[in-house]
Each structure stands twice: as structure tokens, then as C-alpha cells.
Ligand binder design. Structure first.
Ligand SMILES: Cc1cc2nc3c(=O)[nH]c(=O)nc-3n(C[C@H](O)[C@H](O)[C@H](O)COP(=O)(O)OP(=O)(O)OC[C@H]3O[C@@H](n4cnc5c(N)ncnc54)[C@H](O)[C@@H]3O)c2cc1C
Length: 394
């Protein structure tokens, strides 16, 4: 096993930093923080001109053929600088799904504007009564000639207010239960009958509830077979969790950023050699070790994906460890800063510019979206250790 970072990764890191110096001015970071919308059109359009935007895709499809290690290093460097990447990340994972599951006509209609950085796609999976158990969704799509009429409600449709389309999981056969009878559509957000209501989270991010009332879409917006939505969804989740676009690097970059900020703040307060409390040093050391383990688990997951195998267990372990390390690490760092650590970004007296306090609130949601920690542990126990599926209610 080669642990040294290849020279071309180091060089790429300089390229990413040069890109950030030009395209990530402070006002972008401030605006994202104020609005909670983790997407910025000017930054996104600039990113679309780089080889990283569709990095893992082959060149003939508009990508650069970059491997998972290269993508993870790009994403970690950007997340470390506080770049708003959610719109890009969700859109490209859906776009990867469209490349394999959508008709040629649908791909031709959607992918050029996605690749130009002119349109993003949001995810409409979760409903008020269907989150971890996403197969319990009730949003209905009923055929009417060559159109479908959609009625229902989705919870946590993040970036719906910026997206051109929603990747919508619907139920087309109500007679069947759970994962049968589901169909995915790419619904234009400007369709009549789509309503968006904002939801502001503990972490300061804005997400949305979306309502669909008699929304009519042509059959050409269908992704995959009628009643074949579960397979399409599994493909999308495999892209999201598999790490092609370096997903976990978002969490890892955030933890690296706050660890660095805390070390600076604590180091600046230490007046003499030996002045840092050994318990403080021990906590910082543990966070640094967690960070490295998170990188290794993510690298392993990405490597398995690169072997054209599905890294179900490896991806679950990597997501679990990266997000729980972020949650535990941010809480520890907040403790180390003392009462002032609770001052928020924007308060001139806030240590580390308030970013540790912000990371502490943000970390909680990372252990929920993309599959909760409990769901990740269950995947490791059943798929990894071969245990039978747990029964509920016991
Ligand atoms: C900030 C944010 C952004 C999001 N963005 C999107 C988005 O863009 N699109 C989208 O579709 N969704 C999005 N989600 C939804 C997210 O994917 C769900 O919140 C998540 O899947 C959990 O579902 P739930 O909230 O309904 O919780 P539940 O599924 O109701 O879970 C509640 C608790 O029970 C536990 N639990 C549930 N089932 C089991 C089980 N079988 N075994 C053990 N424990 C279990 C969970 O781990 C959790 O602790 C977002 C969520 C958040 C918080």
C-alpha cells in the first residue's frame, strides 16, 4: 500500500488553491452563511469551466477521467476553504445516474445545461412519513395519455429554490408495497402546481418542503422504466455513497478546517512552551487521528468503487466515521474554546471567527442526510457481518 501522496495530487492541490483564490471571495462565503443556501451561481459557473466539474466522467462525455483519489483531494481542499459545493455535488450525482438510466433524448435535453453550470438538480426522495424507509413514499404519479399527473409532498428538498429540475421518486402502482411500483421523474421546477416552502435547520442551512398538486409532466421526463424506480434510486445512492465525486471529502474538509482553526486559536493563547494543557493536546490529537482514519476509510471506499464493485459496506463505514468524527470533533473543539466558543460567526469576539460553533451545529445534520448513522451501522452489520436484518419494534 502506498501512503505517500502522488506528486500530481500535490500539484493539483496548488491548482485548486489558485482557483479558490480567484473565485471564492469572502463575500461568497458570507452570503452562503447568511442565506443558508449552500450554492453560489458565480462560483458554480466558474467551477464548470474546470476539469474537476465532471471530473470522474470520461473525456468524450465532457469529463476529465479523474480517479476517486484525485476527486477526494480536490473536494477536501475546496471544503477546507468553505466553498459552497452542495449544488454541484447533488447535481453531478443525479447527472451520473441520468447518464446510465435516462433516454438519449432526456440526456440531450438536460446534460448540456448541467455541464455548462447553468442548471442544478435537487433530490425529491424524503417525505414526512418516509425518510430512512424511503420505499414507504406516497407521492402519486398517475398516467393520463402520454402525460403523468403528480400529487404529493416532499420533505427536505434542499436547493429546490435554485434547481431547474427535481429528481422525484413517485409511486405509480399503489397496489404494490414498498420498493415495487415506484417510478422516478425529472420534474421541471417551473411546472404549474409545484410549490416551495423554506425550512431553516439547526445547522443554519436552508432546505425546503415541496408540494406537488396536479403537476403534469410528459412521459419523456421519466427516468428508467415505469415501476422500475427502485433500481434508478439504488443507482443514484450508489453514486452518492460510492465517492466518485468525493462525497465524504465534504465532511473531512470541514473537520480539517475547524481543527486547523482551533489549533491556531489555542496555540495563539499558549504563552510559553509547555503551556498547552496535556488534556487539550490529547483531544486535538484524537481529532487529528479520527480525521486520518476518515480519509483512509473514504479512500478505501473510493478504491473499491474504482474496481467497478459496489462499495456498500465500505461506503457506509466511511460515511459513518467521517460524519461522526466531524460531530464529535466539533463538539470537543467547542468545549476547548470555553464559553466564548458559543459566540457566532459575525461576532468580532468569536474565536476562530465562529466557524467551530457553526460546524458544531452543522455536524448534527451530516449524520442524518444521505442515510443516518443508525442506517449505516445496520448496513455494516447485515451486509458486512452477515447478520439477519433487524426486526423493528423489539
Ligand atoms: C439538512 C437536511 C437536508 C436534506 N436534504 C435532502 C434532500 O435534498 N432530498 C431528500 O430527499 N432528503 C433530504 N434530507 C432527508 C434525509 O435524507 C432524511 O432526513 C434521512 O433519510 C432520515 O429520514 P427522517 O428524517 O425521516 O428520519 P427517520 O427515518 O424517521 O429516522 C428517525 C430516527 O430513527 C432512526 N431509524 C429509522 N429507521 C431505522 C432503522 N431501520 N433502524 C435503526 N434506526 C432507525 C434514524 O436513524 C433516526 O435516528 C435532508 C435532511 C436534512 C436534515
Amino acid at each position: 500500500v502506498e501512503f505517500a501522496s502522488p506528486a500530481d495530487l500535490e500539484a493539483q492541490c496548488y491548482d485548486v488553491q489558485a482557483f479558490l483564490a480567484e473565485h471564492l471571495p469572502r463575500d461568497v462565503i458570507e452570503r452562503v452563511h447568511e442565506t443558508g443556501t449552500v450554492h453560489d451561481w458565480a462560483f458554480h459557473r466558474a467551477l464548470a469551466t474546470t476539469p474537476w466539474f465532471a471530473g470522474p466522467w470520461p473525456e468524450e462525455a465532457g469529463g476529465a477521467g479523474l480517479g476517486p483519489l484525485e476527486m477526494a483531494s480536490v473536494v477536501e481542499t475546496m471544503a477546507r476553504a468553505g466553498a459552497p459545493l452542495d449544488g454541484w455535488f447533488v447535481t453531478m450525482n443525479v447527472a451520473s445516474t441520468l447518464r446510465t438510466k435516462a433516454t438519449a433524448a432526456l440526456r440531450a435535453e438536460v446534460l448540456p445545461s448541467v455541464l455548462a453550470g447553468e442548471a442544478i438538480i435537487c433530490l425529491g426522495l424524503t417525505e414526512p412519513d418516509a425518510g430512512s424507509d424511503v420505499a414507504a413514499i406516497k407521492t402519486r404519479a398517475v398516467a393520463d395519455g402520454d402525460e403523468w399527473v403528480i400529487d404529493g409532498q416532499k420533505m427536505f428538498t434542499t436547493l429546490a429554490h435554485e434547481a431547474r429540475w427535481v429528481f422525484l421518486l413517485t409511486r405509480t402502482d399503489p397496489a404494490t408495497e414498498q420498493h415495487r411500483g415506484l417510478t422516478v421523474f425529472l420534474v421541471p421546477m417551473e411546472s404549474d402546481g409545484v410549490d416551495i416552502q423554506p425550512v431553516h435547520t439547526l445547522g443554519g442551512e436552508r432546505t425546503n418542503i415541496t408540494f406537488y398538486s396536479g403537476v403534469r409532466v410528459s412521459d419523456r421526463w421519466r427516468v428508467g422504466d415505469v415501476d422500475g424506480g427502485w433500481g434508478v434510486l439504488m443507482t443514484a445512492l450508489a453514486y452518492e455513497r460510492g465517492g466518485e465525486f468525493g462525497g465524504n471529502a465534504l465532511f473531512i474538509g470541514t473537520l480539517a478546517r475547524v481543527l486547523e482553526l482551533a489549533a491556531e486559536a489555542i496555540g495563539a493563547d499558549a504563552t510559553a512552551p509547555g503551556a498547552v494543557d496535556p488534556l487539550v493536546a490529547a483531544r486535538l490529537g484524537r481529532i487529528a487521528a479520527d480525521l486520518d482514519v476518515a480519509r483512509l476509510l473514504s479512500t478505501r471506499s473510493a478504491w473499491v468503487a474504482g474496481q467497478r464493485r459496489s462499495p456498500i459496506v465500505e461506503a457506509a463505514m466511511a460515511k459513518l466515521h467521517a460524519t461522526e468524527s466531524l460531530q464529535r470533533g466539533a463538539a470537543d473543539l467547542l468545549d476547548l474554546l470555553g464559553p466564548e466558543g458559543l459566540l457566532r460567526h459575525g461576532d468580532p469576539a468569536a474565536p476562530a471567527h465562529g466557524w467551530i460553533e457553526h460546524a458544531h451545529r452543522h455536524a448534527a445534520v451530516t449524520t442524518i442526510y444521505g442515510g443516518t448513522s443508525e442506517v449505516m451501522r445496520t448496513i455494516v452489520a447485515t451486509h458486512g457481518l452477515g447478520l439477519p436484518r433487524p426486526t423493528t419494534g423489539s
